[in-house]
Write a protein that binds this ligand. Structure first.
Ligand SMILES: [Zn+2]
Length: 389
């Protein structure tokens, strides 16, 4: 696998995409009960349990979120931090049961978004992992892989020390987990701090080097860089937002509608004006565009899904050792295209986002690729420190 679509409905069944997995949010299952069975006719489904949204005030929670068997009223939410029996019975057990009942391909450990490793929210995430491992260990009807979720904020991604600490704490449970799902909160892959991009990449690389499977979602084009670094899967919505944000108003519907004036351009990883793109002579050979540019919204959505899956597959077919060079060339090519479009007065106008991605790739080219290499590097650093003191 590589790219996984995050879907809201079963329209994706008609897209003819070469993908075996889709991600759907738990609240969407409650919103439209017919969606899940339809999706399952075609795909394996991973359910995002969305426990990070438990922090939302009751008045702002959608009705479908409130229907989830593990929704906790705001007035009781604090017990998660203080009462381990409450945490087990009201969160861990119903979350695991919900995923089993709905036949999710993986079991996610309940998670909360954290902004700081020196916080009760951070430690409660560790407790939730321990609780879930214990709970599943006591049952014999759970045969799905278990993933811990690292729902990390921009603040927590800011320093390398913070990310290194967080990675090590999560790896303490690695023997009992199949892998990790990283959900960066309010992550700005284009306009954000270059350090955050670099540290997210370090986190993914560190977990991967420790031998664990890593997924990242939602994430846009930068997901391809993370994939080149060893993330097994990365996901995003189709023709919709590429970030997840706990602070955002909880809503059932399309909170971020994109008009059909836009089309996703896979070579530069952004949406561009479809009319200007057509004028530039761009042609797409996907099923929805068939040698032109998809003319309407539903075909543009299909195009979006098809080209993202295709890019993921192309990257996946590159040998592991060549993936970083491959994505580097892709980004360099994108920079050329963006500059050319700028001369034609359309597109993202600045290639700065791509230059940031490129510097992450350049840095990552020298990172350790095995635990042994990581140990050697650490030893070198220690020797250096010793010789200085
Ligand atoms: Zn197309």
């Amino acid at each position: 696998m590589s790219y996984i679509p995050i879907v809201k409905d079963s329209v994706v069944n008609n897209y003819d995409i070469d993908s075996e997995l889709v991600i759907v949010h738990a609240s969407h299952i409650m919103w439209r009960p017919s969606v899940l069975p339809r999706l399952k006719e075609k795909f394996k489904v991973v359910i995002d349990i969305e426990t990070n949204r438990l922090v939302t005030a009751d008045a702002k929670k959608s009705d479908s979120y409130k229907k989830l068997p593990y929704n906790i009223e705001s007035s009781d939410f604090g017990k998660i931090f203080t009462n381990s029996t409450f945490r087990l019975q009201k969160l861990v057990e119903p979350v695991v049961q919900f995923q089993i009942d709905n036949d999710s391909e993986v079991i996610m450990v309940p998670y909360l978004m954290f902004t700081e490793w020196r916080s009760r929210t951070f430690t409660v995430n560790s407790e939730l992992i321990a609780d879930t491992i214990n709970h599943i260990g006591g049952r014999n009807d759970v045969n799905k892989p278990l993933y811990a979720v690292i729902n990390i904020s921009n603040e927590a991604l800011r320093s390398m020390e913070s990310v290194s600490y967080i990675k090590d704490r999560y790896l303490e449970f690695s023997d009992d987990l199949s892998g990790y799902i990283v959900i960066p909160d309010s992550f700005a892959e284009r306009n954000g701090d270059p350090n955050n991009l670099l540290n997210l990449a370090r986190l993914v690389n560190g977990l991967k080097v420790a031998g664990k499977e890593v997924w990242v979602f939602p994430i846009g084009g930068f997901g391809q860089v993370l994939h080149a670094l060893g993330a097994k899967n990365f996901g995003s919505g189709i023709f919709s937002k590429e970030t997840s944000s706990v602070a955002m108003f909880d809503s059932d519907g399309e909170v971020y509608p994109r008009s059909d004036r836009w089309i996703y351009h896979p070579d530069i990883f952004v949406y561009v004006n479809a009319v200007a793109l057509k004028k530039s002579g761009y042609k797409c050979d996907c099923l929805a565009c068939s040698g032109d540019i998809a003319p309407n919204l539903s075909l543009k959505k299909q195009h979006d899904a098809l080209v993202r899956v295709k890019a993921g597959k192309a990257m996946n077919s590159v040998p592991e050792s060549d993936k970083l060079e491959y994505v580097k060339q892709k980004i360099q090519n994108a920079i050329t295209i963006v500059r050319d479009y700028d001369r034609q007065q359309f597109g993202p106008r600045s290639a700065y986002y791509l230059e940031k991605w490129l510097s992450v790739v350049d840095s990552a080219l020298s990172w350790p690729k095995t635990v042994e290499e990581e140990d050697d590097l650490l030893n070198e650093l220690l020797v250096e420190i010793d010789s200085e003191t």
